[in-house]
Write a protein that binds this ligand. Structure first.
Ligand SMILES: Cc1ncc(COP(=O)(O)O)c(C=O)c1O
Length: 368
C-alpha cells in the first residue's frame, strides 16, 4: 500500500528517544527547552512555547487574548474542526468565512463581508502547507482592531513573502501530530513576539505556577515530555530537507498530471513557499473524485479527502452553522482529493500514482 501520509522517522529519532528513556528524565525537561529555543530561531519569532497539541495551542492563544463569551472569531469554513471548535470552547462564536478555490485558504472578500463590531480575532489557516494571503487580512484586522492568530498546523516552514508562517500574526498555533511536516507523535506550540502572551502560555500550560507549588492563576497541565522534545529536535533539524523532498514530489506530480483535463493540480502563488503538507488535487466532477479514490484504493494507493464536510455542516457545530453561505467551501468538500505525500515516498511510487491516475481518466469513459 502506498500511504497517503506517513511520519518520516529514521535511526536518529529512535536513538534520541532511547537516550531519553535511558536517562530517566521523562517529563518536561531540557530537551523541550532546547526545542523551543531552536524552533523560535528557525521561525524568526521571539517565543515558541510547546503545548500538548495543535488544538490546545489554538485554545491557549485565544485564552491569552481574553477571547470568550460575547465575542466572535472569524474562521475559514474549510479546515480541520479544531480551527472552529476551540473558539466554541472559549465561549465565543465562530463565524464561518468562505475560501478561495485556488489556494483553499480564507477569502478576504468574504471576510470583509462578515467582520462585525463583535469580531475579536481572525484565524487564517495555511491549509495544506500553502500560506493564506496575509497582507490584506492583517490590513483589515488593523482597521477593525482585531487580532490575527495563524493556524499553522499544516505549514511548518512555509513562507509568505519570504517570512515564515507563525510569525505574521499576534500568535501562531502549531501541531506536531504524527503526520505533520514536523512530528512529535502528538504535540503543539504557540508562537508569538508578544511577551505578555508568552507569559500567559507558560503559566496556563503549567497550573499557573510561578515557582514550585506557588500558583498565581488557575491553569492546566498542557506540558509535553522530554521524549517529545528529543523527537521534535531531530525532526526540526531535518525539517528543511523533508520539506524540500515534499516540494520535489509535488513537482513530479505537477509535471505528470498537468496534461489531464479533468483535474487541477495545486497552485503555488508567487508570494508563497508551499510546503505541501498535502498534495491535493481538484477533480472536475464529484462523482469522478469518488471513483478515482476507489480506483486508487483498489490499486494499493491510499488517498484522503481533506475535508469531506465544511465545518459549518458538522453536527457538533449545527448551532453556529445555520444560514451560513460558503459555496466554495461546499464545492471543495466535493471535489478535492489528496494524493500520497510524505518525505519517505520514492520516485517510483510517485510515478505509480501518476500512471494510475492517468489510466483511470483514460479508461473511465466519463466526460468531465
Ligand atoms: C488546520 C488544523 N488545525 C488544527 C489542528 C489540530 O491539531 P492537533 O491534532 O495537534 O490537535 C489540525 C490537526 O490536524 C489541523 O490540521
Amino acid at each position: 500500500m502506498i500511504k497517503v501520509n506517513s511520519p518520516y522517522i529514521s535511526k536518529e529519532e529512535i536513538e534520541a528517544v532511547k537516550e531519553v528513556l535511558e536517562s530517566g528524565y521523562l517529563a518536561h525537561g531540557p530537551l523541550v527547552d532546547e526545542f523551543e529555543k531552536e524552533f523560535s530561531k528557525y521561525l524568526g519569532v521571539k517565543h515558541a512555547l510547546t503545548i500538548s497539541n495543535g488544538t490546545i495551542s489554538l485554545y491557549t492563544a485565544l485564552k491569552a487574548l481574553n477571547i470568550g463569551v460575547g465575542d466572535e472569531v472569524i474562521v475559514p469554513d474549510f479546515s480541520f474542526i479544531a480551527t472552529a471548535s476551540t473558539v466554541v470552547l472559549t465561549g465565543a462564536k465562530p463565524v464561518f468565512v468562505d475560501i478561495n478555490l485556488d489556494t483553499y485558504t480564507i477569502s478576504h472578500e468574504d471576510l470583509e463581508r462578515k467582520i462585525s463590531p463583535r469580531t475579536k480575532a481572525i484565524i487564517p489557516v495555511h491549509l495544506y502547507g500553502h500560506p493564506a494571503d496575509m497582507d490584506p487580512i492583517i490590513k483589515t484586522a488593523k482597521e477593525h482592531d482585531v487580532y490575527v492568530i495563524e493556524d499553522c498546523a499544516q505549514s511548518h516552514g512555509a513562507e509568505y513573502k519570504g517570512v515564515k508562517t507563525g510569525t505574521l500574526g499576534i500568535a501562531g498555533a502549531f501541531s506536531f501530530y504524527a503526520t505533520k511536516n514536523l512530528t512529535m507523535g502528538e504535540g503543539g506550540a504557540v508562537t508569538t513576539n508578544d511577551d505578555k502572551i508568552a507569559n500567559f502560555v507558560k503559566f496556563f500550560r503549567n497550573h499557573g505556577q510561578l515557582r514550585r507549588y506557588y500558583h498565581i492563576q488557575i491553569g492546566w497541565n498542557f506540558r509535553i515530555t522530554n521524549i517529545q522534545g528529543a523527537l521534535g529536535l531531530i525532526q526540526l533539524r531535518k525539517l528543511d530537507k523533508m520539506n524540500s523532498r515534499r516540494r520535489e514530489i509535488a513537482k513530479l506530480y505537477d509535471e505528470g498530471l498537468s496534461s489531464i483535463g479533468c483535474l487541477k493540480t495545486p497552485v503555488q502563488k508567487k508570494w508563497a513557499k508551499h510546503v505541501y503538507h498535502q498534495y491535493t488535487i481538484w477533480v472536475n466532477r464529484s462523482i469522478l473524485r469518488n471513483k478515482l479514490s476507489k480506483y486508487l484504493q483498489d490499486a494499493g494507493i491510499q488517498t484522503g479527502i481533506h475535508y469531506p464536510r465544511p465545518i459549518h455542516m458538522q453536527p457538533a457545530l449545527k448551532k453556529y452553522g445555520e444560514n451560513v453561505y460558503c459555496p466554495n467551501s461546499v464545492k471543495a468538500s466535493n471535489h478535492v482529493l489528496s494524493l500520497p505525500m510524505h518525505p519517505g515516498l520514492r520516485d517510483e511510487e510517485v510515478n505509480e500514482v501518476i500512471v494510475r491516475v492517468k489510466e483511470f481518466f483514460r479508461d473511465s469513459g466519463m466526460i468531465c
